[in-house]
Each structure stands twice: as structure tokens, then as C-alpha cells.
Design a protein around this ligand. Structure first.
Ligand code: ITT
Length: 210
């Protein structure tokens, strides 16, 4: 289905400051005026979906309907193979109400150690980003991006946010916490998209941003 082209103002429907800077970076080349859900004092909708895609749609639609503007939302998370894909869509909740990702990373590490998962092959993980653009009339453009890697311990680097410091993307020697934002995006001419979010964004460009 063809979607309306995006121009002018767009709401970035996130309350996560780490995501917000990344999404702003990714949108900048397209000349859109991005305003965040936080700047507009939009409430955080309850994420009742059972998939990344469902939750991204809930957030994007809520923001589009509340503002009358197109809105983009990201629902993302870290999936750990040895933990059956957890924390997955519950990645934010594992950090608790005070959003303590040091604790969330330690919890993952403790679970891996309890399983004896010490070799790289036993520590496979991937990040998913579902990006949804919603228009006030209910139209949706939906894409997903993924990056595979392995979990290291102790965490390395203090760039990025969330679980970045324990995630070593495939083919790299530095964790996401040791990469600059530009390197983590890995967009041309640096690469063809490295992070889950940048990869999803490239797919979105084809649909609505060219
Ligand atoms: P919004 O819903 O307001 O966007 P949130 O933090 O609640 O913010 P999610 O429900 O999508 O967002 O939770 C995803 C969590 O997964 C997020 O809190 C991060 O800690 C983690 N995460 C997602 N992308 C990440 C990335 O690129 N690097 C590190 N951690 C990431």
C-alpha cells in the first residue's frame, strides 16, 4: 500500500531519551521537524501488545491521534537466545521503575551464569526495533530491523543507553556502548546500517521517506 509522503512536522513518540537522540539523528537528513512526545506532554500509552510491532503501533497511533500529526514510534528490546528470547518486549520492564539498566544487565548475566553460558556461542543475543509511522487517520507504515551479536561481561563503554554496554554486534570488536552514535547507526558511507534501529529505518525510508 502506498503511504502519504512525510514532510513538515512529525512527532517522535518516545519518552526514552536514548532512543530520542537516535531517532532524531535518523530523521534529520529528511528535513522533517521532529517534536518529541515529552516536549508535547503526551501521556505514555499502556503497552499491551504481545509483539514489538503491536506495541510500536499502539504508541504511534496514540501520538498521531492526540496531536493530529504523523507520529513515529519505536518498540525495541534485547532478546537472549539462552533465555528463550527474554527479556524481549519486556526489556524496559526488567530495569524496574527507576530504569536501572546496570541492574537489568546484571540480572541477565546472573541468569546466563546460572545456566553455565560462558562461551560466545552460548551468549547469542539480538536487538529488535519495530518502527511504526502512524497518521491521524489511522494509516500505518510498519517495519522491523534486527542486529545479531553476543553478550559480554563486564559491560564495556558508556556511550549509548539501555543494554548497549553488554552487546557486541557481530563482526565488531567494540560493544554498542563503545561506539559513537554515528558508528552504531552505521549508515552509508560507514556501512549499510548496523543497529536494529538504523536497519529498520532504512526499510522505512523505502516506504515513506524518499
Ligand atoms: P518508549 O516506549 O517511550 O519509546 P521505552 O524505554 O519504554 O520507551 P521500549 O518499551 O521499546 O521503550 O523498551 C525497550 C527497551 O529496550 C529500552 O528501554 C532499552 O533499554 C532497550 N533497548 C532498545 N533499544 C536499545 C538500544 O539501541 N540499545 C540499548 N538498549 C536498547
Amino acid at each position: 500500500m502506498a503511504h502519504p509522503a512525510l514532510h513538515g512536522r512529525i512527532v517522535i513518540a518516545t519518552h526514552n531519551s536514548g532512543k530520542l537522540v537516535e531517532m532524531r539523528d535518523l530523521l534529520t537528513p529528511f528535513g522533517l521537524e521532529a517534536v518529541s512526545a515529552g516536549e508535547l506532554n503526551l501521556p505514555e500509552p499502556e503497552e499491551t501488545g504481545l509483539t514489538f510491532m503491536e506495541n510500536a503501533a499502539i504508541k504511534a497511533l496514540a501520538a498521531a491521534k492526540a496531536t493530529g500529526l504523523p507520529a513515529i514510534a519505536d518498540d525495541s528490546g534485547l532478546c537472549v537466545a539462552a533465555l528463550g528470547g527474554e527479556p524481549g518486549i519486556y526489556s524496559a520492564r526488567w530495569a524496574g521503575p527507576d530504569k536501572d539498566f546496570t541492574r537489568a544487565m546484571r540480572q541477565i548475566e546472573e541468569l546466563l551464569q546460572a545456566k553455565g553460558a560462558l562461551s560466545p556461542a552460548q551468549r547469542q543475543a539480538w536487538f529488535i526495533s519495530a518502527l511504526t509511522v502512524a497518521w491521524p487517520d489511522g494509516q500505518l507504515a510498519e517495519v522491523e530491523g534486527r542486529v545479531d551479536g553476543q553478550l559480554v561481561w563486564p559491560p564495556r563503554g558508556n556511550m549509548g543507553f539501555g543494554y548497549d554496554a553488554m552487546f557486541l554486534p557481530e563482526g565488531e570488536t567494540r560493544t554498542f556502548g563503545e561506539l559513537t552514535r554515528e558508528e552504531k547507526h552505521g549508515l552509508p558511507p560507514l556501512g549499510r546500517g548496523l543497529s536494529h534501529r538504523a536497519r529498520a529505518f532504512i526499510a522505512l525510508v523505502d516506504q515513506v521517506l524518499q
